[in-house]
Design a protein around this ligand. Sequence first.
Ligand code: GAF
Length: 389
Amino acid sequence: MGQQVRDGFVELYGTGPEGVWSAPGRVNLIGEHTDYNDGFVMPFALPHTAVAAVSKRTDGVLRLHSADVEGGVVELRLDDLAPETDRNWTAYPAGVVWALREAGHPVTGADVHLASTVPAGAGLSSSAALEVVIALALNDLYELGLQRWQLARLCQRAENVYVGAPTGIMDQTASACCEEGHALFLDTRDLSQKQIPFDLAAEGLRLLVVDTRVKHAHNEGEYGKRRAGCEKGAALLGVDALRDVAYDDLDAALARLGDEEEIVRLVRHIVTENHRVERVVSLLESGETRAIGPVLVEGHASLRDDFRISCPELDLVVDTALASGALGARMTGGGFGGSAIVLAEAADVDTITKAVQEAFAAAGFTAPRVFEAVPAAGARRLSRGTSSR
Ligand code: GAF
């Protein structure tokens, strides 16, 4: 796709870009809604990417164009960029430019043409991919010298402040830092990372992504409500973040919350979910990959019953996949729609896929999109200058 995006840039702007970059979407294996509680997550990168051809400008103008969206080039003046003024796709790349400048980086403009294969609204981080690809391009072109984790932080700031979605740091870090063939064990408190080898094919296993086609968005209120509830839980328990509630102390902590029923549920999810991430890491490190299946299922139950962010379509994927022989399944990402993941023996993939498709048809739901996820590379530069690919 790099060449196509480069050609699109030439057609639009009449000259070749200074480079072409890509940044992937992600799937989260385990560790949901833990990132804004200073907890653990374990995403891996998808082969689906946002690809951007970019050149610098010196006149304080940002020109943005997407091959995926109707409409022409959007031209913005850097001095006019202001938080929560843009409700379109352009808010993601423009937010990154705003965040870089606000942090004091000397970005003086850019021409951008991009295209993405990350399905939008599917809970697979299409917006983080857009942010990270722009951040990486500008970091290279303006020689800012920022490290990957710093780019992820700036992208999160773009999303939180400029776009106005109160998300955590997982998606941007996944897009910026994941490595091919690995899942990323990330401690969101200090952003320390460990790449965990995750080669399912070598073990005769597959991981399916089932996009329910139920669109979700993080700035629609429910995400923010969960985040506020978790913060209230931490305050009631006298800790900086729910990450500080030890799994072994969970019962005592919940007892201290008394009749705060909703907070009890949120706290229980976060504390048990952090523990599930640690269990999955240790199972993978000891080569017991199949044994992560039941942990994924527990994670789904916790998101459905305690955190209450699943939906009938996601539950149907999980229930149908498990009834058809899957080793594990759960919703992935922010919830309220989006995608589920299914861990299965390679030999069972067709049966499970068919069963899910039939169950959706029988329930009168839109046909889901099912594909296999193989851990892919994180963000990278695809080409330099105008002639290379
Ligand atoms: C969304 C958010 F963007 C992430 O930060 C994370 O909270 C996730 O939902 C839930 O784990 O993808």
